[in-house]
Design a protein around this ligand. Structure first.
Ligand code: ATR
Length: 283
């Protein structure tokens, strides 16, 4: 494919998924563009599963600069990409597509790094040498583990807890050569404490709480929910009630993954704190 970026022309970006109508990505990227004085358009486009590959190919053939990919296409995007970054390969999912200098379709996964940047840059929470608990063993958790595997300074120990233990065990074994990681059921967490707890389950979507024993919360514990809503999620309310020092929702992760995609496409890194603030004020 011709890389139009090289000729300096592309200004067209989009997020594709289904459903997509309520995506905040167009607003986030327009705020980044304003902040960094970049001229571009960014729209949300509904793309059904059957048309995913043909849409992506046509988008880049016609000079599109980059795509964000969301549910349900992240695994298909990984399969379609000709080249993938190490973190996307580990995540086995792609949320950011662009053409590289050779004109190949390149896939990255900025979700996990977006979360880690939010924790570190916006909340001053380091996971280096900490005891980290991640709840859930689906794609969201895999993405975070992929980003942690990229870090120079890793947590002392990572526990992945899941209702279905076999999924946690399989995930842990995929990362065992790179991370100090163990799988656990929720019951077995009873006698352990953690410094940072990340909720990567989809429980909050259904207004449910993962069955974590309250004793897991160490003094100064930071709890992070990858989900966010206008009101604090059930998990974050629970965390506060158990005495967690910080309870952070996933809005900063959303903005953080977008910032890394924007940087990849435009070569200029936007700041996130002001954009997160703008989204809080006008949800
Ligand atoms: P994603 O790709 O967003 O991670 P997923 O692959 O469907 O989504 O995974 C959802 C995760 O949330 C799973 O770990 C699931 O646990 P199971 O594997 O045991 O099903 C977890 N999950 C969903 N609802 C939950 C709930 N009410 N309590 C605890 N865990 C829940």
């Amino acid at each position: 494919m011709v890389n139009h970026q090289e000729s300096g022309s592309p200004t067209r970006y989009a997020v594709i998924g289904s459903p997509i109508a309520h995506s905040k990505s167009p607003l986030i990227h327009s705020l980044f563009a304003e902040q960094t004085k970049q001229h571009l358009t960014y729209e949300a486009i509904e793309v059904l599963e059957a048309e995913f590959e043909s849409f992506v190919n046509a988008f880049f053939e016609s000079g599109g600069g980059g795509l964000n990919v969301t549910l349900p296409h992240k695994e298909r995007a990984f399969a379609l990409a000709e080249v993938t970054t190490p973190r996307a390969s580990l995540a086995r999912a792609v949320n950011t597509l662009s053409l590289n200098k050779a004109g190949q379709l390149e896939g990255d996964n900025t979700d996990g790094a977006g979360l880690l940047n939010d924790l570190y840059l916006n909340h001053r929470v380091s996971i280096e040498s900490k005891r980290l608990l991640i709840l859930g063993a689906g794609g969201a958790t895999r993405g975070v583990l992929a980003a942690i595997a990229d870090l120079a300074n890793k947590p002392a120990a990572i526990t992945v807890a899941n209702r279905t233990l076999a999924k946690a065990t399989a995930l842990a074994s995929d990362f065992a050569s790179r991370l100090a990681i163990t799988a656990s059921g929720y019951d077995a967490l009873d006698d352990q404490q953690f410094d940072v707890i990340i909720n990567g389950t989809s429980a909050s979507l259904g207004g449910e709480l993962p069955p974590v024993p309250p004793s897991v919360i160490a003094p100064d514990c930071c709890c992070y929910d990858m989900m966010y809503a206008a009101e604090p999620t059930l998990f974050l309310k629970w965390a506060k009630a158990q005495g967690a020092a910080q309870a952070i929702d996933g809005l900063g992760m959303l903005v953080g993954q977008a910032a890394l995609a924007f940087t990849r496409w435009r070569g200029i890194e936007p700041t996130t704190a002001d954009v997160i603030q703008a989204l809080r004020v006008h949800p």
